[in-house]
Design a protein around this ligand. Structure first.
Ligand code: MCA
Ligand code: AMP
Length: 494
């Protein structure tokens, strides 16, 4: 049996998930996920790695479906609630999903796809109580596909096995001393690893409780914190920035009350993007907590972390996690000495299996001796790793989301008024980076309000450019290649 699920059988009546004002035990989770699995199997012995996409809000239902897919031998493909239809269609097409499970709220949104694909459409409320046998799942089998933006073309499906997932979980549960009495609040989207693995799966592996707030809202987060149950929290830097900004707007008595509750937390973690030292300090002033910053990636889970016990160095990401090998290499793939920058490369059972149906990209992502090339540049000094940047300017991190500048450019270029464009990330304290687009127009003008509306059904809101400039041509080098660094400077200079 999959280890995560086998362990759940030992936690029976403990609270596993809190969502929509209800608390569900591990026994309920096991029962409900079994019903999902048997419905999906529909008389078959094993789904044999069929891809099952699902579009449901975060919460109990989400976890039941994820576990149900795994227990039936399928590969879970979570979809993003904020994505417009073309992005959903892309994932369904790329994975060749055989079924899509959806909650009622998405019925009409997904309706156009029922003509386009021959797949089972399964409403999430149709999982009746069932009896039957579930297959035995070998941990080397593929478990999940998450989509990530890269430097080339469309997003790629990152395939992880049950064994990868188990290693990703255990390196965190041991290093951060997860305990069955923990209670974590999950405000993160559930189509990315941070929310899925670090928060939900680590909690459920530990016999702890994962409480879901499906849409981040700073006021709601603070009220839940003041209910005294939550003692662990994990988020992206933008969320801490927003919590700090909200706290500042409160009355002194409310601030004091929140601070008293925050001081009692066991652990607060930041990741998915660089945590500005000013945010770390402001949060420490409010909460008495020094955020534990860690570094990870969809392909590898978490690789480097500041210590649970010991000094958490501001502006640094800490040391390699247990069971994860990390090294730094220069452009010639040679080791670098302490204090010198190099690409972070990672090896271990945590590292993903492959990019879905992309053997070339998979091969290119590894060195000849099997290390995964993260594309992140870092250095090691005085016992800690520090991130310096990325080797591609075309990867943007905004609000913790990884975004490809090229993907946005491709969409913009299909607008009839846009002749050419260049997209860059502009440093920003709140978002990490905000997306800037330089437009070269066919004729002198464009209706910006119309452009924003036009983009809405082509890109999720977090991928939409926030700042625009207009140019006659993009900055180019002598070879005629666009110089993105120069373009970014134009935005920074304002
Ligand atoms: C939204 N807005 C933005 C952006 N996103 N503005 C600038 N840049 C953005 N990226 C604007 C909206 O247009 C809207 O503006 C307003 O902000 C509120 O939008 P909304 O969608 O409601 O935003 P939100 O709910 O406040 O979202 C902020 C957020 C969200 C909660 C920080 O971005 C988020 O959940 N980020 C987490 C992503 C994540 O989990 N990444 C992990 C990837 P207006 O009001 O004007 O309309 S996994 C990973 O990275 C690895 C494995 C790792 O290491 O963890
Ligand atoms: P994703 O592809 O969404 O998994 O994002 C992974 C990327 O997020 C990494 O390659 C890094 O560029 C970035 N990242 C994650 N954690 C950190 C961190 N603590 N500091 C800086 N960048 C980070």
């Amino acid at each position: 049996m999959i280890n995560l699920i086998e362990r759940a059988t030992t936690f029976k009546n403990r609270a596993a998930v809190k969502s929509n004002g209800q608390t569900y035990t591990y026994s309920q989770l096991l029962e409900a996920s079994k019903n999902v699995a048997l419905t999906l199997l529909n008389g078959q012995k094993d789904l044999e790695g069929a891809r099952i996409a699902f579009l449901v809000p975060s919460g109990f239902e989400y976890v039941c479906i994820q576990w149900g897919i795994w227990r039936a031998g399928g590969i879970a493909v979570p979809l993003c609630e904020k994505h417009p239809l073309p992005s959903i269609e892309y994932v369904i097409n790329d994975t060749r999903a055989s079924a899509i499970i959806f909650s009622k709220a998405f019925e009409s949104f997904l309706a156009p796809l029922s003509n386009a694909f021959e797949i089972r459409f399964i409403p999430s409320e149709h999982f009746d109580v069932q009896d039957g046998h579930l297959p035995d799942i070998d941990p080397v089998r593929s478990a999940m596909i998450l989509y990530t933006s890269g430097t080339t073309g469309n997003p790629k499906g990152v395939v992880t096995t049950h064994r990868n997932i188990q290693h990703q979980i255990t390196s965190l549960t041991t290093s951060w001393e997860w305990d069955k009495n923990d209670h974590i609040l999950n405000v993160l989207p559930m189509h990315h690893l941070h929310g899925i693995l670090n928060v939900t799966s680590c909690a459920l592996w530990s016999g702890a409780c994962c409480e879901f707030l499906p849409k981040f809202d700073a006021g709601a987060v603070f009220s839940i914190f003041c209910n005294k149950q939550v003692n662990v929290f994990m988020a992206v830097p933008t969320i801490y920035f927003k919590l700090i900004a909200h706290w500042k707007t409160l009355k002194a008595s409310e601030q004091k009350n929140i601070t008293e509750h925050l001081k009692k937390f066991r652990l607060m973690v930041s990741g998915s993007a660089a945590l500005p030292v000013s945010v770390l300090k402001a949060w420490r002033d409010i909460s008495g907590q020094t955020l534990l910053e860690r570094y990870g990636m969809t392909e590898i889970g978490m690789a480097i972390s500041n210590p649970y016990r010991g000094e958490r160095k501001p502006g640094h990401i800490g040391q390699a996690l247990q069971g994860v090998d990390v090294r730094l290499r220069n452009e010639n793939d040679e080791p670098v000495v302490e204090g010198v920058a190099g690409e972070i490369q990672v090896k271990g059972a945590n590292v993903f299996k492959e990019y879905w149906k992309r053997p070339k990209e998979t091969k290119d992502a590894f060195t000849a001796d099997g290390w995964f090339k993260t594309g992140d540049i870092g250095l090691y000094k005085d016992g800690s790793y520090k991130i310096l940047g990325r080797n591609s300017i075309d990867i943007i991190k905004s609000g913790g989301y990884k975004i490809s500048a090229l993907e946005i450019e491709e969409v913009l270029r299909t607008h009839p008024e846009i002749k050419d464009c260049g997209v860059v990330g502009i440093p920003d304290l709140e978002w990490g980076e905000v997306i800037g687009a330089s437009l070269i127009l066919e004729s002198g003008t464009i209706d910006m309000e119309q452009l924003k509306v036009w983009l809405q059904d082509k890109l999720p809101a977090y991928k939409a450019p926030r700042r625009y400039i207009f140019q006659d041509d993009l900055p180019r080098n002598v070879m005629g290649k666009v110089t993105k660094k120069k373009l970014a400077e134009l935005f920074i200079k304002g």
